[in-house]
Write a protein that binds this ligand. Structure first.
Ligand code: B12
Ligand code: SF4
Ligand code: SF4
Length: 360
């Protein structure tokens, strides 16, 4: 094994940022491996049942400790975490500025031509290979890339890598870029000099908390997934609790409200990256189109899209609920048919939507 000298390590730390920019990331930084106060909050968050049905968040190691709360058992070799962030904002309007009757809303991150997991992973691998080259292609050097599925709370590492601060809406915000950022991380056995966290610039603002339609931001910096439209429309399987349906409004996949209203996103720059440009029909989509999609159309339209996560059943369920919230009686005939749909969740949601429309 080649011993990596300290001057070489500082060279690698500088190279990380250059390599990240070259790969297409707007921001990058280095965080230490742990010991952060925020990770104790993660344990409390799980204990309070805030993860809802997302059981993968609760995975534990052999000692019974939450895997995502510490890298000690899952990656004991890790010495630094490289965090990269990429802008996915496009020059489309914000959801809070659009109100076309009978149309739904798919969140900004999911309009893209290519699934962000693939885009970010491809770019992370470019950075990883440059780091490995700079370390002399040392075979003992360990590096692992993750987008979403790694055993860590990415936003906590992003904060400690100086990428941005954690806003009261719980998103990573950067003073210049705003919060329309995807994160990706590279764990490495190299002990690189960490960056310094940036200060919290939320101040007295509470716009995100005030604007959340389902009161999912139960306290500043604390989100209850079970109440969040993003969770309900993407992660929640089967029926959505009736008391939360009205608050979902026209959202059919994800939710952007707590970011749309954030002052730091007022001047957020737009990306020209072709991967993140919207697919046809997904910005402010027609609800009758989504609710009437066949399984084949769904597969075809959303091949390589993050929207596949909610599945055909979930997207139709969400579209039907949005129809119920639309106040548009022109949807009644379609909903009457859907009320006896072979998918029981869609059928039950359609009956709810019908009674809502007919009583309004
Ligand atoms: C599970 C998950 C969700 C869940 C839960 C969200 C949540 N807030 O936890 C749901 C499905 C609701 C969700 C929604 C969204 N998600 Co999501 N999600 C994840 C995932 C996989 C894990 C997040 C996690 O660990 N949550 C656990 C909680 C406890 O963490 P947290 O809320 O971040 O809380 C931290 C801080 O708030 C802080 N803290 C807590 N309390 C307090 C109190 C004080 C006083 C202070 C100072 C700090 C503090 O400590 C906590 C950590 O321990 C990550 C990827 C990853 N592996 O990290 C993506 C990720 C967070 N999601 C992302 C995105 C884009 C979204 C959406 C915007 C998508 C959409 N448009 O619908 C929304 C945003 C909703 C929101 N306001 O957060 C991005 C965020 C990028 C960014 N700029 O921040 C990530 C990083 C994915 C990625 N690779 O880019 N998501
Ligand atoms: S994503 Fe929507 S529902 Fe979730 S916390 Fe933000 S505003 Fe509330
Ligand atoms: S809306 Fe205000 S409180 Fe919420 S994240 Fe943005 S600056 Fe912070």
């Amino acid at each position: 094994m080649r011993y990596i000298q300290l001057p070489e390590l500082s060279h690698i730390a500088a190279l990380v940022k250059k390599a990240a920019h070259k790969a297409g990331f707007e921001l990058a930084g280095i965080a230490p491996v742990g010991g952060f106060a925020e990770l104790r909050r993660f344990e409390a968050w799980i204990a309070a049942g805030r993860a809802g049905e997302m059981k993968y968040m609760e995975a534990r190691d052999e000692a019974g400790k939450l895997k995502r709360a510490s890298l000690q058992s899952t990656a004991p070799w890790a010495r630094s975490v490289i965090v990269c962030a990429i802008n996915y904002n496009t020059s489309q309007p914000y959801s809070v500025a659009v109100d076309t009757p009978g149309r739904g809303w798919i969140s900004r991150y999911a309009w893209s031509r290519e699934d962000y997991h693939q885009v970010v992973m491809r770019k992370l691998r470019e950075v990883e290979s440059q780091v490995r080259r700079a370390a002399g292609d040392d075979r003992d050097l360990i590096t692992r890339c993750f987008v979403d599925t790694g055993p860590l709370v990415e936003r906590v590492y992003a904060k400690h890598a100086g990428v941005g601060w954690i806003g009261k809406n719980t998103c990573i915000l950067n003073q210049k870029m705003g919060s329309w950022l995807f994160l990706g991380v590279i764990l490495t056995s190299l002990e690189l000099t960490p960056d310094v966290p940036v200060p919290d610039r939320c101040g007295k603002c509470t716009r995100c908390i005030d604007a959340c339609p389902t009161d999912a931001l139960v306290a500043p910096y604390e989100l209850d997934s079970k109440l969040c439209i993003s969770y309900l429309t993407i992660e929640k399987r089967s029926a959505i609790p009736e008391n939360l349906r009205e608050g979902m409004g026209r959202h059919v996949f994800g939710c952007d409200i707590c970011q749309d209203v954030c002052p730091w996103n007022r001047k957020a720059p737009a990306t020209e990256a072709p991967e993140f440009q919207p697919r046809e029909g997904l910005v402010n989509p027609a609800l009758d189109w989504l609710a009437g999609m066949t399984a084949d159309e769904f597969r075809e339209k959303f091949r390589g899209s993050p929207i596949r996560r909610t599945k055909h059943s979930g997207l139709r369920r969400n579209a039907v609920i949005a129809m119920g919230n639309s106040g548009q009686r022109r949807f009644v005939p379609q909903l009457e048919k859907l009320a006896s749909d072979e998918d029981p969740v869609v059928a039950e949601s359609a009956r709810w939507a019908l009674s809502k429309l007919l009583s309004s």
